[in-house]
Design a protein around this ligand. Structure first.
Ligand SMILES: *Cc1c(COP(=O)(O)O)cnc(C)c1O
Length: 376
């Protein structure tokens, strides 16, 4: 049985009429840049997350870039982040003249290891960027405590983790992306809340950061042709905003469905390989479902076997950032971040989307089990 990685259209039929009507409404109004639909989505997205402000931007990469600038990261500052993430997290650090510093990850959650973060702090450290990888919440209590102690900015890269939650030891459950100075989101089609094109957002509770973000996304201006600073052309597209408002109403249900798929996977893969371990104080958004083998050979065999059967799969991420050519100048090498080395060689992501059927799940898990038999 062929199984795709994601099925972008599976959730579409029930909302098709509503989406088409919304697109038509935007076209009829011919108000294509910002305007009511963007403001409406921003208000809804902020409210959903329990944040004070949301600023809609062009994509999740620009969301990071502008969150870094707006929260006060400057040229020459060191920014500690995960080496085990998509390059968008770090390229935007370099592109504003700051320096990414990669700390090691926790071998169970694959997220930043707070102990390693603390060891990387120097007098130049200005910020920490935790990435809630695959939708798994970072250890935010520990990260926020380090940030407080050293007076650092925290920008949460929440691109893969909208609808994920974390319960701090002191306090109520919080949506990911609302605990740091800023939280950044991507509405790339394959994320939990996908647009029909690119889109992104930044959440913040800070009045000043909010004002700066609004300026940054629109060439540094509040009033047209008056520029207090340089900015970007990075607004959330109005058609996408109208579509996102509709999809937002379904996203919690979709995350519940993803969590059910994850539970089935875990059941069937028990004793076969490592499956995600979600702490009691966390809700995983399961943007991706990632398993781990005890050797690279087993992982590589599984990948080969599933691919032969037409079962989509992916390694997020085969080469950690500190080992990428783009960061050769930072001098990272194998052995520097041992947990990350082990994890990048043994992880493996399976198809994951809300509508995955029991039959498809069984085909995937049977294939994983068979790959171990055949090649063991
Ligand atoms: C997708 C992603 C981004 C970038 O989002 P885009 O909308 O594609 O620009 C940033 N960080 C992480 C961890 C991502 O997965």
């Amino acid at each position: 049985m062929k199984v795709p990685m994601v099925d972008m259209l599976a959730g579409y039929p029930p909302i098709k009429d509503e989406v088409e009507a919304a697109v038509k409404r935007v076209f009829d109004k011919a108000h294509f840049i910002l305007g009511e639909d963007v403001t409406k989505f921003e208000t809804e997205f902020a409210a959903h997350n329990g944040a004070k402000y949301c600023v809609g931007v062009a994509n999740g990469t620009d969301a990071l870039r502008m969150a870094y600038i707006a929260s006060g990261i400057k040229k020459g500052d060191e920014v500690i982040t995960s080496p085990f993430t998509f390059i968008a997290t770090s390229e935007t650090i370099s592109q504003i003249g700051a320096v990414p510093v990669f700390a090691d990850i926790d071998p169970v959650t694959y997220n930043l290891d707070p102990k390693s973060v603390e060891k990387k702090i120097t007098p130049k450290t200005r910020a920490i960027v935790p990435v809630h990888l695959y939708g798994m919440p970072c250890d935010m209590d520990a990260i926020m405590a380090i940030a407080k102690k050293h007076n650092l900015i925290v920008v949460e890269d929440t691109a893969q983790a909208f609808t994920g939650k974390y319960k701090p030891a002191a306090g109520d459950w919080k949506y990911l992306g609302t605990m740091g100075h800023c939280g950044t989101f991507s509405f790339f089609p394959a994320k939990n809340l996908g647009a029909f094109g690119d889109g992104g957002a930044v959440l913040t509770n800070d009045d000043k950061i909010h004002e700066t973000l609004k300026q940054l996304r629109n060439h540094g201006s509040k009033v047209r042709y008056h520029h207090e600073m340089e900015g970007f052309n990075s607004r959330l597209d109005t058609v996408q905003a109208a579509i996102l408002s509709i999809r937002l109403k379904h996203v919690e249900k979709w995350t519940e469905m993803r969590n059910k798929v994850a539970a089935r996977y875990a059941e069937q893969l028990k004793g076969v390989c490592e499956t995600p371990v979600v702490p009691a104080n966390a809700r995983h958004s399961f943007n991706y479902y990632t398993i781990r083998f005890d050797s690279k050979a087993k992982r590589d065999n599984a990948q080969k076997h599933l691919t032969e059967l037409g079962i989509a799969n992916q390694i997020y991420y085969p080469i950690a950032l500190h080992l990428q050519e783009a960061y050769a100048h930072l001098g990272g090498k194998k052995g520097d971040l041992p947990a990350c080395d082990r994890v990048q060689d043994t992880v493996f992501s399976l198809p994951m989307f809300p509508e995955l059927t029991d039959e498809q799940i069984k085909a995937v898990t049977d294939a994983v089990k068979d790959s171990l038999k055949v090649h063991a």
